[in-house]
Design a protein around this ligand. Structure first.
Ligand SMILES: Cc1ncc(COP(=O)(O)O)c(C=O)c1O
Length: 471
């Protein structure tokens, strides 16, 4: 064995050696590491996990001392049999004890979810400094409720950032901060009539469809071709509001061409109650050519509601997203929704605005662009050896779409991957209209896989699909 899919939390109070020790012990206890399995060498594991060999030595020594593993001279560390422990565990379970190690649900070795980000290069120390600053007595106000629309400082930072990076022109008064795009969408729909018909891209961001269904709205799926959503489909439909991802279609990753953008804006301008919701999620990471300007930057008719998020550009657990309302909708927002308290912690908002004001966010983005570019290159390099795979959406974002031409259907691909404890996400998860594609498509998020393991993880997946590598 030359790797361990162990994720270490560097800012945890639990020392790294203890986390590694717990992980290996858990894997042995639930039977994923078996008698006779060889653990990776200290040198190899230290490089993979980016920790010192001493840390690994301490974890291995502790496991050895407790009889989980043994060291064999010049051969390495090997897993020992666990018969006695199984007995103790089943006894504890029978007696209903709350103490002990219980088998975990089968976790995936590699999870290719498109919402994953790289957590290895997160600026832990810097971010901690900004969060800590706002739990000091000089910042007592951070403990109290802030502005409902979101902290003004953060809204100012966002307005500036959007202008420079996405060409979005707006004033802080137009920005509403919320704990995730789905929270903002739930507020947004209250600005419109109950009979509003929504159009969503199909395939598209599935939560948007679910939210609208939950609120009882009629949702109209608009089939997306390789360029994005098509005006003819929109014109044939009864929709009033279109939800779209023009700069980086989710999940195809394509860019809506300028002609189609213009057509969308013209369509919206034809009637007062037509709007376009532009979800600009993860458009920051572009690997070829210049960044694509937002649709909002072309809008002269106050028709575009712009949605943005820090989930990919920073971290998803922070839950900070925002919407930029066209000026006419700010008035209705104030009348109908301004009584809702902001759904994001004031401490986090203040930490983020300080982080942005000091230029740390920009530095972080630049660093991450390089990290993700390297990861995309690894993905593309591996794909070269597998002619049964076609790739889409590799120019931007943190996932690609694989078109798989090995004769298997979607469920077979998912099942084969699952058997090897690899988690993958088929296109049908993001589609409303069921299509029987002869060549199934898989959405493959690569950002969350450690760089050193990316090649291995992809090859493991393709092997699970029965594919041979060609030179
Ligand atoms: C297109 C799109 N928009 C928004 C989101 C979620 O954004 P947030 O984390 O800010 O709620 C996702 C998550 O996958 C997405 O794919």
């Amino acid at each position: 064995m030359d790797y361990l899919a162990c994720e270490l939390l560097r800012d945890s109070d639990v020392p790294l050696y203890e986390q590694l020790y717990d992980y290996i012990k858990g894997e042995i206890t639930v039977g994923r590491l078996l008698e006779g399995d060889k653990l990776p060498s200290k040198r190899k594991l230290a490089t993979l996990l980016k920790i010192s060999q001493n840390t690994i030595q301490t974890a291995y020594e502790q496991l050895e001392a407790e009889g989980y593993i043994e060291v064999q001279a010049r051969r390495g560390y090997f897993i020992l049999p666990l018969t006695d422990l199984e007995y103790i565990e089943s006894k504890m379970k029978n007696e209903g004890s709350t103490v002990g190690v219980y088998p975990k649900e089968q976790t995936a070795i590699y999870d290719f979810h498109p919402s994953q980000i790289d957590t290895v290069h997160f600026p832990y120390d810097k971010w901690r400094k900004y969060v800590k600053q706002h739990i000091e007595p000089v910042h007592q106000s951070s403990l109290l409720l802030g502005e409902n629309q979101g902290e003004l400082d953060l809204r100012q930072e966002i307005a500036q950032y959007l202008y420079h990076s996405r060409g979005v022109t707006c004033k802080p008064e137009q920005i509403v901060i919320g704990a995730g795009v789905e929270v903002l969408l739930q507020q947004l729909i209250f600005l419109f009539d109950k009979n509003t018909v929504y159009g969503v891209e199909d395939p598209g961001y599935h939560l948007m469809m679910k939210i609208l269904h939950n609120y009882g709205y009629e949702v109209y799926p608009l089939l997306v071709d390789r360029q994005g959503v098509d005006i003819h489909a929109i014109k044939k439909s009864p929709i009033d509001i279109l939800y779209t991802t023009p700069s980086h279609h989710f999940p195809y990753g394509t860019v809506l061409p300028i002609q189609r953008r213009q057509q969308l804006l013209n369509w919206a301008a034809e009637k007062d109650d037509r709007y376009i919701i532009e979800d600009d999620y993860d458009s920051e990471f572009r690997y070829n050519g210049k960044t694509i300007p937002s649709l909002q930057s072309m809008d002269r008719g106050e028709k575009v509601i712009y949605l943005g998020s820090f989930s990919k550009s920073f971290i998803p657990s922070l839950r900070i997203s925002y919407m930029v309302l066209p000026k006419p909708l700010v008035k209705s927002y104030k009348e109908k929704l301004s009584f809702y308290h902001c759904t994001v912690s004031r401490i986090d908002q203040n930490a983020l605005s300080g982080f942005m004001k000091d230029g740390e966010f920009e530095k972080h983005l630049n660093r991450m662009k390089k990290v993700y570019r390297r990861k995309v290159e690894i993905v593309l390099n591996v794909l070269k050896s597998f002619p049964q795979l076609e790739v889409m959406g590799e120019s931007s974002g943190l996932h690609v779409v694989l078109i798989v031409k090995n004769g298997m259907n979607e469920s077979e691909l998912v099942a084969r991957a699952k058997r090897e404890r690899l988690k993958i996400y088929p296109l049908s998860n993001y589609s409303i209209i069921r299509r029987d594609d002869k060549e199934p498509q898989i959405i493959l998020g690569f950002a969350g896989i450690i760089e050193e393991q990316l090649e291995h993880s992809l090859k493991a997946l393709f092997k699970a699909w029965g594919m041979d590598e060609i030179d």
